[in-house]
Design a binder for this molecule. Structure first.
Ligand SMILES: [Zn+2]
Length: 213
């Protein structure tokens, strides 16, 4: 901006002052309500890891604190959850319903006698976690095995500039020239990829066998 009229300049100044005030208010608010006051029950690392893996895979990372918060608590109102975890009620509800879709949580609805509307009270359905984890790992295992099958049964070609990588048949279609930059594609040694896939498969196999016991 090359030129600002006096009134404009004043307006801008006022806006900045307002913003500073709001920032201060937010800071003060967070001081009066520190997150550390909210108690999370101590659980073993394995238990925590399993919960985190399932929630991250099926919902998203943001939903993890809700689930951990519900450990050791029962029938918690969604308003309390939102307030304790510093979430907007809409955001909290959105995450709660996503968790519900995967049976990670369940709820009871109760009519508020004074206000007349329904409030949901939430619980963590922890017994679903091992089942979901097993399902996720089985699906991953299937995908990795398919990938290994593909990697072991074909030769791969890769562009010198690393824009594309494709199997023999597809590279033939392009006359072994990169469809992105036109550079010739070279046969790629995929021994390391195959090794990596085999290791991951063995790891998942071990995990899944451990569940079976
Ligand atoms: Zn290329």
């Amino acid at each position: 901006m090359a030129y600002l009229s006096r009134t404009m300049a004043k307006k801008v100044q006022k806006k900045t002052e307002k913003k500073v005030k709001v920032d201060k208010a937010v800071k003060n608010d967070s001081k009066t309500k520190p997150e550390s006051k909210i108690k999370f029950q101590k659980i073993s690392n394995d238990r925590k890891q399993a919960i985190e893996d399932v929630v991250k895979e099926l919902v998203n990372e943001e939903a993890i604190p809700i689930v951990l918060y519900l450990i050791g608590r029962t029938k918690v109102s969604e308003f309390v959850i939102a307030a304790d975890l510093n979430l907007e009620i809409h955001k909290a509800r959105n995450l709660l319903y996503k968790l519900l879709e995967h049976n990670i949580l369940y709820f009871h609805r109760k009519k508020d006698k004074i206000k007349g509307w329904y409030i949901c009270y939430w619980d963590f359905n922890e017994k679903i976690i091992p089942f979901q984890l097993e399902k996720i790992k089985t699906q991953k295992l299937i995908k990795l095995k398919e990938r290994l099958e593909k990697e072991s049964s074909s030769t791969f070609y890769m562009c010198k500039n690393a824009c594309t990588r494709m199997d023999f048949e597809k590279s033939m279609e392009f006359n072994f020239k990169c469809p992105e930059c036109g550079e010739l594609m070279d046969e790629q040694n995929n021994v390391r990829t195959v090794e990596f896939l085999k290791e991951r498969i063995a790891e998942l196999d071990r995990d899944l066998k451990a569940y079976g016991k």
